[in-house]
Every structure is written in C-alpha cells, then in structure tokens.
Ligand binder design. Structure first.
Ligand code: NAP
Length: 259
C-alpha cells in the first residue's frame, strides 16, 4: 500500500517494541526503509525481535530500557542516535494495565501505571526532543492511547488517567514544538483481535462476539490496522497533521457515545 521508501533514511525508537502493536509498527517501519530501535524491560525479547527483523534484511537493534527510569530512557535515545545517526520518530507504546475497581486500587498500583504510561511518555518526549528538532525530515512523536482515556474506563482508573494525560501532553507539545518542526500525534486503537491482551481478556473468556459487536463495524481490528496508521502519521503524507488523535477503533467509541 505504501511505497517501499516511505520512511527511507529515518530512525524510529519504539518503546514496548518487542511485542504486540509495538513490534507490528517496528516491522512495518523497517520494511518501509526506516532503521528501528526496539526497547523494553525484557532484554532477551527485544533482542530476539530485532534479530528476526535483521534476518529479513532490515535495520533493527534493541536495548533494555524501563520507561519509568528517565536515565534509562535517555540512554536508549542516545544509543539510538549513536547507532543509526539520528532519531526522527518516537513511538510511545509501552504500557501496563490491570482491571481493578478504584475502591480497591492501591496507591502503588495507580502510581505504577501512571509511571509507565504517562511519565514514560513524558520521559521519551523530553529525552528525544533535541534529536527530533534536528531531524532533517522533521520529527514525529506518536503515542498509543485509547478513547477509553477520553470517555472514562470503569475498572481501570489508572490507565484511563494515564491515557487521558498523554492526549493532553501530546496536544500541548504539538503547539510548543510545532515551531521546531516536530509533529505530535496520538493513535487510539480499538480492540485489536490479534493482540495477547484482547485474546486473553475477551476471546479466551468467551466474550469475543459480545465485545466485537460493541464496535460500529462489528469486528475486532488487526495489528496491521494500527501499524498502517502509525506509518501514515510518521510519513510525509501527514506532513501538516499535528495535535491529532487518530481513532482506529472500528467506530467503537462513537457507538458507545451514541447508545
Ligand atoms: P503488549 O504486547 O502487552 O505491549 C506492551 C509493551 O510494553 C511490552 O512490549 C512491554 O515489554 C512494554 N512495557 C511494559 N512496561 C514497560 C516499562 N516499564 N518499560 C518499557 N517497556 C515496558 O500490549 P499491546 O496490546 O501491544 O499494546 C500496545 C499499546 O497499545 C499500549 O499502549 C496499549 O495501551 C495500547 N492499546 C492496545 C489495544 C489492544 O487492543 N491491544 C487497544 C488500545 C490501546 P516488557 O515487558 O519487555 O517491558
């Protein structure tokens, strides 16, 4: 669908790049000419993912990084620039979540998810800023959120608060950093059927059909739907798009609001 050189000459750092949507985005970027750095806490997993990509003849590397630790995020950013010569695209994808009624949620549980999702996103943006500003393509930040961060997310106040915060942070940075040539956008996926989370929470629990019917399209999305959105937003095709939240949810949130 996209030309093979859509992202040629660009370097992308993808947090949580060893699994799920992060790996799908990394794979799409690499196939379209980008160099990709995958980071996550599980070093073996990100290394294995990068090696698999390299066997396909693309440029991938990996590093251990816990996004809750600013020094580790900064080291991952600097390592990316050292290895590939630039940093043009930052994908804030790493996240943690669990279902828990708020009355039973411990302050530590709330803080942990805020630390990974919201603080981790801020750390990534902050550490990447000088390099994104220097990008000859114009920098691009894309953070993966969910419309549940906008509508509210009963049973996941921690993740809802974090995702809503990322949306607000992204819109703030879109304005603050627009003059530096950096575009800042978010993607809000709906339920993506071929991810481990949706498989475990809905499909294995026998709630797959019910959840799929909550979308306007009546079906789950696929990882590639999110990767395509991430390619578009990082590319010159979206050169005048910033501060946008691209909803790729099969009309789920609209059906929720319209009901
Ligand atoms: P996933 O496979 O569980 O990916 C999460 C990734 O985050 C893992 O690779 C994990 O790697 C990494 N991670 C977690 N904590 C980290 C930390 N402290 N530091 C660095 N990396 C960390 O989940 P996914 O389904 O692909 O979701 C990816 C993103 O899409 C998330 O932001 C999620 O909220 C969003 N989303 C997903 C769906 C869906 O249907 N799947 C829908 C809406 C939004 P390590 O364990 O190695 O650290």
């Amino acid at each position: 669908m996209f030309n093979n050189d859509t992202l040629k000459g660009r370097t992308a750092l993808i947090t949580g790049g060893g699994t799920g949507l992060g790996l799908e985005i990394a794979t799409a970027y690499a196939r379209l000419g980008a160099s990709v750095m995958l980071v996550g806490r599980n070093e073996e997993r990100v290394q294995a993912a990068a090696e698999t990509l390299n066997r396909d003849g693309v440029k991938a590397a990996a590093a251990k990084c816990d996004v809750r630790n600013y020094d580790e995020v900064k080291a991952a950013v600097e390592g990316t620039v050292k290895q590939f010569g630039s940093l043009d695209i930052l994908i804030n994808n790493a996240a943690g979540n669990f279902v828990c009624p708020t009355s039973e949620l411990s302050p530590n549980g709330f803080r942990t998810v805020i630390d990974i999702d919201l603080n981790g996103t801020f750390y990534g943006c902050h550490a990447a800023y000088p390099h994104l500003k220097a990008s000859k393509h114009g920098g691009s930040i894309i953070s993966i959120i969910t419309m549940l961060g906008v509508t509210g997310w009963p049973g996941a106040a921690h993740a809802a608060s974090a995702k809503g915060g990322i949306l607000s942070l992204s819109r703030t940075l879109a304005v603050e950093w627009g003059g530096d040539g950096i575009r800042v956008n978010t993607i809000s996926p709906g339920p993506i059927g071929d991810t481990e989370g949706v498989q475990r929470m809905y499909i294995d629990a026998g709630k797959g059909d019910l959840e799929a019917k909550k979308t306007a399209l009546g079906r789950f999305g696929a990882k590639v739907d999110i990767a395509n959105a991430a390619v578009y937003l990082a590319s010159d095709l979206a050169g005048y798009v910033t501060g946008e939240n691209l909803i790729v949810d099969g009309g789920r949130w609209l059906k929720y609001v319209a009901a």
